[in-house]
Design a protein around this ligand. Structure first.
Ligand code: B12
Length: 349
């Protein structure tokens, strides 16, 4: 067990809290949070200024390969326990209408969305939190059944944006106002603007929006005329073939990959698929930066796991060859390759 802290602010408590997560000490982590609460720090601040940034730190440590997936899972579980403990002490009886909060189909990052749900609850809304990966059809019938005032949808991964759009459209058809949020819509929410949906950058902004009926119903116009060219749909159809051919190409050009363990092979296949998924999402919102930000992230992630940037360069080159007739995808792949060569990792072929 860690020693109790004497912190009176979330900033002071942060190092001790992250230490508790690192040591998988859930009781001490809960104590840190409840001590702050007892010292007068509002529950909302503990959720947003202690738990949220600690989770971001967990993500950084996982990405740098300092923490295993198991350590990340343990830390996230403890954060979930802390959120429950803090929420349980605040006996807020709802006075507002019902707000449904959910993650999109295939989206497993429930904790960020849960933080938003708890903040709405603390502010008096009657919140129904549906958790991770809710299928669109089930979500919509739920909205109908419970006559929701609004639905808040979380998306943490930009590659899920095309699916997010489908869910948003389905919710709209049920005439329930939609607010979206999460890192999947970009730090400044620009991909939410492209999809034509109301976006909140954080939980307090989401709460302010939900309380403002006019703002909630002021839906920004979508900017998706580029989808008429069918490039996105054709790219998605070719996903399987692209991944298979990229794997064969990798074996040929990067012989070390033939000695991969089954686990390494598994994550390579996942990464080859993620490249296509992020590319498709970039094509969907017609924004190269979605893809180049992903390439930067992938290069850093693989570097910390001993995979050279050249391997990514090879695959981007391969996809570029196969997708010569896809103008936006080809341009984004070229931009991605420029990021790789910026790191000295492109081979001529
Ligand atoms: C925990 C975690 C997981 C857990 C989630 C468990 C759970 N119960 O939530 C698990 C293990 C399932 C997971 C899986 C994956 N993860 Co993960 N994960 C994280 C981690 C470490 C923490 C998430 C978190 O709680 N963040 C804390 C919140 C509070 O952060 P926040 O986004 O800033 O939230 C604020 C705003 O964005 C906004 N907001 C957030 N959601 C919403 C929703 C609404 C409606 C609104 C209005 C606002 C809003 O308000 C919040 C508070 O003010 C993040 C790192 C990170 N920086 O977030 C990675 C991270 C998001 N994951 C990542 C990845 C890659 C994955 C996987 C693909 C890994 C893999 N290879 O399998 C899978 C994908 C699974 C899937 N299909 O969803 C990457 C994404 C990178 C990228 N380029 O997009 C990250 C950034 C890690 C990293 N540093 O690389 N992950």
């Amino acid at each position: 067990m860690s020693a109790p802290t004497t912190a009176s602010t979330t900033a002071e408590a942060f190092p001790a809290f992250v230490h508790c997560l690192a040591e998988a000490d859930e009781y001490a982590a809960i104590d840190v949070a409840l001590d702050l609460l007892a010292g007068g720090v509002p529950a909302e601040r503990i959720l947003l200024d202690l738990v949220a940034p600690a989770q971001a730190e967990v993500g950084e440590r996982w990405a740098r390969n300092e923490w295993s997936v198991a350590q990340e899972h343990a830390a996230t579980h403890i954060s979930e326990r802390v959120v429950a403990a803090v929420a349980a002490t605040a006996d807020a009886r709802p006075t507002g209408e019902r707000v449904v909060v959910a993650c999109l189909d295939g989206e497993w990052h429930a904790l960020p969305t849960r933080l938003v749900a708890e903040v709405l609850r603390l502010r008096g809304w009657q919140v129904t939190f549906l958790g991770a990966s809710v299928p669109a059809a089930h979500l919509v019938s739920y909205l109908h059944r419970y006559d929701a005032h609004a639905v808040a949808l979380g998306c943490a991964l930009p590659m899920r944006l095309p699916y997010a759009h489908r869910v948003i459209e389905a919710c709209r058809r049920s005439d329930v106002p939609v607010v979206v949020g999460g890192r999947g819509f970009a730090a400044d929410g620009r991909w939410a603007r492209t999809l034509g949906v109301t976006w909140a950058g954080d939980a307090p902004s989401a709460a302010a929006l939900v309380a403002d009926d006019r703002a909630l119903r002021q839906v920004p116009p979508a900017d998706l005329s580029h989808l008429a060219d069918d490039e996105y749909a054709s790219l998605v159809k070719r996903r399987g073939e692209l991944v298979d051919s990229a794997l064969t190409d990798l074996y040929d050009r990067y012989p070390r990959s033939r000695e991969y363990t089954p686990a390494q092979l598994d994550s390579t296949v996942s990464d080859l698929g993620y490249i296509v998924d992020f590319l498709a999402a970039a094509v969907y919102v017609a924004d190269a930066s979605l893809f180049t930000e992903f390439v930067d992230w992938l290069l850093a992630l693989l570097a910390s796991r001993g995979v050279p940037a050249a391997a990514v360069g090879l695959t981007l080159g391969h996809y570029g060859q196969r997708l010569r007739d896809f103008p936006r995808a080809a341009a984004y792949l070229a931009a991605g390759r420029a990021r790789v060569s910026g790191q000295g990792g492109t081979r001529r072929h």
